[in-house]
Unconditional design. Structure first.
Lengths: 289, 76
């Protein structure tokens, strides 16, 4: 090779659609292919346009929303819904209504039925809160509601804790996936009980498990996907960032990265150092006398 | 009997309505839900049971009924 020969070094072009975390590694739940392992909430964005831009960049598999009492005027001037509806009509993102704010199975079943009529979907993110301070789910009412809604034909995705037995019972009830919290809603603390979550993953190897709530950083989403969790659902971390659109992009890349790493297989950790560069052929030799 | 009134709770607020408002569709129209240029997406429950839109015209009301009208809100 002459001195005139040079290697051409160019910036790599990343096509996110071709990453294993995207189209080549689909997530199946209840017989439906979910377009992405990043799921986003629709709340707390600075404006409907900002929400729409974040959705365009994040390309979430699901977007969550809910239902509340409204006057005729409020219904008529629902800007967020107009933007959300336009996104749903032009993308592969699915609508995932929630039952946020419910504290009993009875309330959750009624609200789920109302969202089914409102959004024309059988998917429901089932939330039944048992503690106002931590927003921790009430496992007993949650399971009761899940059983009833499954009987009514809903595809129930329950927001739960990482309790192994609870998750098993929810799956036994017919939930096609479970959604344990990473940390309390809106806290941004990440995978707070990593040991418990990893145990859940290990004990329920065939279950679809989505980490829902508590993620604050893209690295925490990557950690969840690396560990073999199937998807993440978050809202505050993106919507409350000073730049929600850029943060949606960061989370999308983190999710793709984490899933790609999981599929590739992580190295086994060692206690001690092991040189990466071979020592054979060194012009000197370190020997202890 | 004409001239009698009904107490109907609409989104938690009790309203006294003439008995002529005897169908859910009439009530929703009277409250402005159906006759706007842009009505908006909504779901209605009568006493805790969802009423599909196709049944508004045939759902009778009685004094003491509880109506909830919900629309989309953002959520996580």
């Amino acid at each position: 090779m002459s001195n005139n020969d040079t290697f051409s070094v160019t910036e790599p072009v990343i096509n996110h659609d071709r990453l294993p975390g995207a189209t080549h590694d689909p997530l199946w739940i209840a017989g439906e292919s979910i377009g992405s392992r990043l799921w986003l909430g629709s709340s707390m964005y600075p404006s409907p346009q900002c929400m729409l831009d974040a959705l365009k960049v994040g390309q979430p598999g699901f977007v969550t929303a809910s239902a509340r009492r409204q006057t005729a005027r409020q219904l008529s001037d629902n800007g967020h819904w107009e933007y959300l509806e336009s996104w749903l009509a032009s993308s592969s993102t699915k609508m995932l209504p929630n039952t946020a704010g419910c504290t009993t199975a009875k309330e959750a079943v009624l609200l789920a039925n109302m969202t089914r009529e409102l959004f024309d979907t059988d998917w429901i993110k089932l939330e039944v809160i048992g503690d106002d301070y931590t927003l921790q789910p009430d496992p007993f009412e949650l399971l009761k509601a899940a059983r009833e809604l499954v009987d009514q034909g809903f595809k129930v995705l329950p927001y739960c804790t990482e309790d192994l037995v609870l998750c098993q019972r929810l799956l036994d009830a017919g939930c096609p996936a479970v959604m344990p919290w990473g940390a309390p809603i809106g806290s941004g603390r990440g995978l707070q009980n990593l040991t418990g979550l990893l145990t859940l993953r290990e004990r329920l190897p065939d279950a679809v498990i989505i980490i829902d709530a508590g993620l604050g950083r893209p690295s925490q989403a990557a950690q969840a996907l690396e560990a073999g969790f199937d998807a993440v659902l978050l809202n505050t971390a993106v919507a409350r960032s000073p730049d929600p659109v850029a943060m949606a992009s960061a989370f999308a890349m983190a999710v793709s990265s984490g899933r790609t790493a999981y599929n590739a297989g992580l190295m086994v950790e060692r206690d001690n150092a092991q040189a990466s560069t071979p020592v054979v052929g060194m012009p000197f030799w370190h020997q202890t006398p | 009997m004409s001239g009698r009134n009904m107490n109907i709770s609409i989104n938690g607020e009790t309203q006294v309505l003439p008995e002529s408002v005897r169908l859910l569709s009439v009530l929703l129209e009277q409250q402005g839900y159906l006759n706007r240029e842009k009505p908006g997406r909504m779901v209605v429950a009568l006493n805790g049971t969802v009423v599909p839109a196709r049944d508004y015209n045939t759902t009778p009301l009685a004094s003491g009924d509880r109506i909830d009208v919900l629309g989309v809100i953002t959520g996580g």
